[in-house]
Design a protein around this ligand. Structure first.
Ligand code: ADP
Ligand code: MG
Length: 672
């Protein structure tokens, strides 16, 4: 009996040797081969020779104007010649070693020839005489060395002719096929390889994309509904009165958006299902205090919390600000650079439950860190951590509630793919009293004007960040640049301005000391490599100058700009750049046009594509065979809508078959 798992060697004409070759493409079974789709088609649409470049291959239509003659010049070597006319142009046509074509060439008839155009000789070396159907699409597959297009085409033809296509069962509900007028699975697969015309190809593609995105969404939605099972997580009850009292003690009132997010988080925590929530908020929107309040709630209910952040500077900063805001919590810092004695006592305090809240870097997920009644884990700047790290973190407790925070606004496109199984809270509002950051793009030639202005602002009490150019290839060069920049600024300002340097290779203590001085206002101007990119909070700093700003991506520029504008004073971002590329100019332009992180994120996505923006592996962003989440966003959204309807039906929840399909079809390893 035939089966889709049959080895390719069952197909006639394919022996063990060729089977081995196809294995290099990842094709082992007949089923594999049939769903190995072409990535494009050679479009055999006829062209005017006037439009062809020398050496271009094309389909040329014309009228035969001279009879064909064959000339032999050796064993099995011969040349067939005739002329055709296309409009005013007379074309000399030759076919090598295809003498049998002579019968097909009739003077006065129209003919369609696939061949290579020689412009200088106005001649065409023919390869094939084609039928003249309007669209003649030939599949083109991704290949590896040793496998030819022709043999793959032959393999797939053979598989279809041998009847394997009939073994594919429909995997979409009839209802959906009907509703969206989709091709059935068998027809779609055949048409993906050998479409009769462009319309059929379009329909096949639509069906295959829908199928792919639908199963992807089924998988996300089923994860989501598993989280929602009433017994899936911890119940961390809310002490409403304590929370209200705490809110009154804060030095500010929460914004409406913060309040809404807090409510969503605490109600997730209180329920016994599992919280898996993403808190999105632009830089400066006030996520830290929300995280703090959630941890406070956990503490009141008798649970420990842990918060993981990407850098030590940020860990120290959170430690400090949360200690200030929540004096009633016992908080401990855990980082890689701690002395071992300090670390040992921290670990003991964590394990015994003496501390309520642990803030740290990757050190939090190392072996030997044992938590006590861990109820809530929070990741700040979550995109800086890999999928695996986030999982280890979660597994440190017994299924603790999970809150992830990000200041990189995620366009909707990505939000429903990369984070589709999460619930999302958005802080889409900055605290009251913030002034919009004024952003200017200046050329290097204008730098002295900027510095003059900057000197005056510093004299009035402003503090300034100057970010040195990013040199991706080498940290050493980064440093050299920063030092050179510091020297130039020292030479320019003299003693009137107090300047300090911060860079990635400094010892943590030194970094910390430099940051403390800047925070305390002891330094006016901080020259820095991009180590300050993430999360640093110095409300009195009002000027951010970025050198060679065009070397940075949009989201990084947005993050850097977000270091200012954190207090009540007017803030400025100065981008110094003489961009050489169009995209560099476009980025500078975009930065001056908007301070809205969501708008910039969409722009970034358009300019660079999703893989670049989030880094596929890092974010858990799935890779699709045929679908493209940006181009196919409407299909994706529809698929999500349908999948969440289906997964909400009780009959689905109790139907192991659907569950199986959902798991098989998607790529669970990439879904965190
Ligand atoms: P981010 O969302 O970028 O992490 P932070 O949590 O660092 O932002 O908050 C930025 C600053 O705004 C901090 O100084 C914080 O104390 C302050 N802040 C947070 N919420 C409010 C609020 N509702 N009103 C006024 N200031 C606030
Ligand atoms: Mg933050």
């Amino acid at each position: 009996m035939k089966s889709l798992t049959d080895s390719l060697s069952v197909l006639s004409g394919f022996g063990p040797k060729s089977v081995e070759k196809f294995l290099k493409l990842g094709l082992e079974t007949v089923g594999d081969a049939l769903v190995y789709y072409p990535f494009r088609y050679e479009d055999f649409q006829s062209k005017s020779v006037l439009d062809l470049m020398n050496g271009e291959k094309a389909l040329v239509l014309g009228e035969v104007i001279s009879p064909a003659s064959v000339q032999y010049y050796g064993y099995k070597r011969n040349r067939l010649r005739f002329s055709i006319r296309q409009g005013e142009v007379v074309i000399a046509v030759s076919f090598f070693n295809q003498p049998y074509l002579v019968d097909k060439i009739e003077v006065g008839a129209q003919i369609a020839i696939w061949g290579k155009w020689d412009k200088t000789k106005a001649s065409l070396t023919g390869m094939k005489v084609l039928s003249q159907s309007q669209d003649d699409l030939q599949p083109v597959y991704h290949l590896v060395q040793g496998v030819k297009q022709a043999s793959l085409v032959k393999l797939i033809r053979e598989a279809i002719d041998a009847g394997y296509i009939d073994l594919f069962e429909e995997n979409l509900p009839a209802e959906l096929l009907e509703r969206y007028q989709l091709l059935n699975r068998r027809d779609a697969i055949v048409a993906m390889h050998f479409p009769r015309d462009k319309e059929e190809y379009k329909q096949a593609l639509r069906r295959v994309k829908f199928e792919e995105l639908f199963y992807f969404q089924m998988n996300l939605q089923s994860l989501k509904s598993e989280n929602r099972r009433p017994d899936a997580g911890l119940a961390i009850p809310l002490d409403q009165q304590a929370l209200l009292n705490k809110l009154k003690q804060l030095p500010f009132e929460l914004t409406i958006a913060q309040e809404r997010s807090l409510k969503e988080i605490t109600s997730d925590m209180a329920s016994s299902s599992h919280m898996n929530r993403l808190l999105q908020g632009d830089v400066g929107s006030g996520k830290t205090v929300i995280a703090g309040l959630a941890m406070y709630v956990a503490h009141r209910a008798g649970f420990q919390s842990a918060m993981m952040v990407p850098t030590e500077i940020l860990a120290e900063q959170h430690y400090e600000s949360l200690s200030q805001l929540f004096p009633e919590l016992s908080i401990v810092l855990l980082t890689g650079s701690m002395k071992s004695a300090v670390r040992r006592s921290a670990l003991a305090a964590i394990e015994s439950g003496q501390v309520d809240l642990i803030i740290g870097t990757h050190a939090l997920i190392q072996e030997g860190v044992n938590y006590h009644h861990l109820g809530l884990v929070i990741t700040d700047e979550q995109h800086r951590f890999g999928v695996k790290q986030r999982r280890i973190f979660r597994e440190k407790g017994e299924n603790p509630d999970v809150l992830m925070m990000t200041a990189t606004p995620i366009p909707r496109t990505l939000a429903i793919t990369a984070f589709g199984e999460m619930d999302v809270s958005i802080i889409d509002q900055l605290p009251a009293g913030r002034k919009e950051i004024v952003t200017r793009w200046v050329k290097h030639e204008q730098l002295s004007l900027v510095l003059e202005w900057m000197g005056k602002e510093i004299a009035k009490g402003a503090q300034v960040y100057v970010v040195s150019p990013l040199i991706e290839e080498s940290e050493a060069l980064d440093l050299k640049n920063a030092i050179a920049l510091e020297e130039e600024l020292l030479a320019y300002f003299g003693d009137s301005v107090k300047i300090a340097l911060l860079h990635g290779q400094m010892k943590n203590q030194d970094k910390e000391a430099v940051m403390q001085d800047f925070k305390a206002g002891k330094t006016d101007l901080l020259v820095s490599t991009t180590v300050i990119e993430v999360g640093v909070n110095v409300p009195n700093a009002t000027i951010m100058m970025i050198m060679d700003a065009d070397r940075f991506g949009l989201s990084q520029l947005h993050q850097l700009r977000g270091r200012v504008g954190r207090g009540h004073k007017q803030s400025y971002a100065i981008l110094v750049a003489n961009p050489k590329t169009d995209s560099g100019k476009e980025r500078m332009q975009a930065m001056t046009e908007t301070t809205d992180g969501f708008v910039l994120a969409e722009k970034d996505l358009q300019m660079r594509g999703s893989g670049e923006v989030f880094g596929t592996r890092q974010s858990g962003l799935p890779e699709f065979q045929v679908a493209n989440i940006i181009e196919d966003f409407p299909i994706l959204e529809e698929a999500r809508r349908v999948a969440s309807q289906i997964t909400a039906e009780p009959k689905w929840q109790n139907n192991p078959k659907w569950r199986m399909i959902a798991k098989d079809m998607s790529r669970p390893s990439k879904l965190d």
